[in-house]
Design a binder for this molecule. Structure first.
Ligand SMILES: Cc1cc2nc3c(=O)[nH]c(=O)nc-3n(C[C@H](O)[C@H](O)[C@H](O)COP(=O)(O)OP(=O)(O)OC[C@H]3O[C@@H](n4cnc5c(N)ncnc54)[C@H](O)[C@@H]3O)c2cc1C
Length: 643
């Protein structure tokens, strides 16, 4: 088959349709590649305008290159001609990043279409009204929440406490305050999604809705870092992987000694961790649902004599649907909208959805200095409402709390928005002779902790096809072979405990900057080498690095040699754990909030999310964020007395 692609029928502009056909070596022989451009269009629609424009500009540049080389645009070329254009592009290292920028969303769309067309259904979650493990038509019923869309909330109301953000920190803060008898209103910009909603729709259809900016949040730097965060009732916990690490004692000791955080006392913080662990039902992932991705990691680590074990998770009853990052379709993962928020609502808290907190309202001429008196909120239709309250808990997440405070005229502290640590991650894949089918089993299943003392934490992490952070190598037929062979890949990710070398800029629009510290670049290269070691020890035939200019190694020696010539700037980095941008600390010069969580320079504003952590917690942070929110809110006036 050598027909030029019919881009019009694909539903995308010609350059993008042509580029997709070229990348996937679409010769019309299979149906799924033809469906990718339309799916890609839907993916791009959820992304910020700048990202969309970037992808389209890259496609237009490749199209123009094709025209210069061949006299015709990509869509008018035969598959072989398109392949030759892409190969000549890919041979120029300086142009590889352009192709890579397009490949990531194309892989998302291609993974989904290929699976929908060719794989036996991943789970009955694809058929309407059912979820895996449940009788079709009988989706699990979530515990009740008191959610009110902002359209139905009055223009003027009062509360004892307003909590901005319903994620890990906001949920725990709301529950603590409501249980102390306060009238609590939680403001959440996103929507409420139920487990039944998740079961009804394909993973990629959920992706764009559950993540801010369609998952395309990026911190600028060299290399850029993809930093996805959730936007929904439940915040990022709705899309997180369910891994539950307690804050390491040495981190708590550092917070206490270096930053003067009395709340980081190992015993009392330990009690907060115990309480959140009970609430979100933390338990070790059982072997029978782990899946081969995790078992491969265990085998590799065992052969090396390295410390490794199934992870502790908040997903008892997990059926291994491998869809945590797009909302658990079985309701096993106890993200906060299924665990903490129902308790909060039972104690009287109310959640306003589609409620964008524009500003914390401040009375500036009060005796004793400025004092928070409520929050002004914008509804999706642009109309506004105000909730008056003497206490405002800021829990919009480490990337969005600083802009909110700046919009409110509360961004004066010089360190506000700085001190951003992200726990950056790189991932690699190993090809095995036997099928691994990494997307069947627990999404994040096994922790390899041998190098944790050096700040490197390896976790076996897979995802629905196209949705992992690993980028398959090649273009055209090579990429197509990789896609077709994805079932024999096992994937690992490694996060490194980083220095806080990023910052959150902006007030109305958030801009992120992250410059990998030299020490951390070295850690990342070591992490990649270590992941290769685990995979080769488990029997991998080759390891894919994700680096376009040096994509594969057939032995550990080859990998080491290849990494010697690379720098961390060439790695694909992503990060999932932003922290530290409104850090708590005893020193007024360095910490925007005091050691008890109160924002400096104003009374009545409590910080209770990832931004409060003084430094990278060195582990997946959800329990740490929840325990910190518990510690700061339970010490608040009106709560301590009621306990
Ligand atoms: C893909 C992925 C996987 C992860 N996996 C794990 C894991 O396995 N284990 C783990 O420990 N951690 C994991 N994390 C991280 C963890 O989920 C977060 O660290 C945690 O949820 C952060 O809590 P938070 O309260 O700071 O913010 P969030 O949970 O992000 O909540 C902030 C909320 O505030 C809302 N908001 C923001 N601005 C406004 C505004 N102006 N008005 C109203 N609402 C607003 C947002 O919509 C959001 O819902 C993962 C993260 C990602 C992205």
């Amino acid at each position: 088959m050598n027909a030029p692609v019919n881009a019009q029928a694909n539903g995308l502009d010609d350059p993008l349709g042509g580029l997709v056909a070229a990348l996937l070596a679409d010769d019309g022989g299979k149906a799924w590649p033809g469906a990718v451009p339309r799916r890609l269009g839907a993916v791009l629609d959820t992304m910020p305008a700048a990202a969309r424009a970037g992808v389209r500009a890259a496609a237009a540049a490749v199209d123009a290159y094709a025209a210069v080389r061949t006299g015709r645009r990509l869509r008018g070329l035969t598959p072989r001609e398109r392949e030759s254009v892409l190969s000549s592009l890919a041979a120029r290292p300086s142009l590889l990043p352009v192709l890579d920028a397009v490949k990531v969303p194309v892989m998302l769309a291609a993974g989904t279409e290929r699976m929908l067309h060719e794989e036996p259904p991943l789970s009955p979650a694809y058929s309407p009204g059912s979820a895996p493990g449940s009788t079709p038509g009988a989706a699990p019923v979530d515990p009740p929440l008191d959610c009110v869309p902002s359209a139905h909330w009055p223009d003027r109301s009062t509360a004892d406490a307003v909590v901005v953000g319903s994620g890990a920190g906001g949920a725990v803060a709301a529950r603590t305050l409501a249980r102390a008898g306060m009238r609590v209103v939680v403001l959440e910009e996103g929507r409420h999604h139920t487990t039944a909603d998740f079961g009804r729709r394909a993973p990629l259809d959920r992706f764009g809705e559950l993540y801010r900016d369609g998952g395309g949040t990026v911190a600028l730097g060299n290399p850029p870092v993809v930093l996805p965060v959730g936007r929904a009732v439940g915040g990022t916990t709705v899309v997180n992987s369910g891994t539950c690490y307690r804050t390491p004692d040495h981190v708590l000791t550092r917070w206490r000694e270096k930053y003067g955080l009395a709340l980081a006392d190992v015993d009392s913080f330990g009690e907060c961790l115990d309480e959140v662990e009970r609430t979100v039902k933390v338990a070790t992932a059982p072997l029978d649902v782990l899946g081969r991705n995790g078992k491969t990691a265990l085998l590799g680590a065992e052969r090396l004599g390295w410390r490794a074990a199934p992870l502790r998770r908040n997903a008892t009853g997990c059926k291994g649907s491998c869809q945590c990052v797009v909302g658990c379709p079985t309701g096993a993962k106890q993200s906060v909208q299924l665990s903490v928020l129902p308790d909060a609502c039972a104690a009287g808290a109310r959640i306003v959805t589609g409620a964008y907190a524009q500003r914390v309202l401040v009375e500036r001429d009060r005796p004793g200095g400025p004092r928070a008196c409520g929050v002004s909120v914008r509804r999706p239709d642009g109309s506004e409402l105000e909730i008056l309250s003497p206490l405002v808990v800021v829990a919009a997440g480490a990337l969005y709390s600083p802009p909110l405070l700046r919009r409110s005229g509360l961004g004066g502290h010089p360190r506000l928005g700085r001190n951003l640590a992200v726990h950056p991650a790189a991932s690699v894949a190993g090809r095995f002779a036997e099928p691994v089918t990494a997307w069947r089993g627990v999404l994040q299943s096994v922790g390899v902790e041998e190098l944790h003392g050096d700040g490197i934490l390896i976790e076996a992490t897979a995802g629905p096809p196209g949705m992992g952070s690993f980028v398959l190598p090649g273009v055209g037929r090579e990429l197509r072979r990789e896609l077709d062979g994805a079932g024999s890949l096992a994937t690992l990710g490694a996060m490194i405990a980083d220095l806080p070398s990023g910052r959150v800029l902006g007030a109305r629009r958030t801009l992120l900057r992250y410059d990998l510290a030299r020490r951390d670049a070295g850690r990342l290269m070591r992490a990649v080498e270590a992941m290769g070691k685990v995979l080769f020890a488990a029997g991998a035939e080759e390891v894919l690095t994700g680096v376009p200019s040096a994509p594969r190694a057939r032995s550990q020696d080859e990998l080491r040699e290849l990494l010697r010539k690379l720098t961390a700037r060439q790695l694909h980095l992503s990060a999932f754990h932003p922290t530290g941008t409104v850090a708590l600390g005893a020193d007024p010069q360095t910490a925007p909030a005091d050691a008890e969580g109160w924002l400096r320079g104003v009374r009545g504003v409590l910080i209770a999310d990832g931004s409060a952590l003084p430094s990278c917690p060195e582990v997946n942070p959800q329990l740490t964020v929840m325990a910190t929110a518990l510690a700061v809110t339970r010490a608040a006036p009106g709560v301590a007395q009621s306990a």
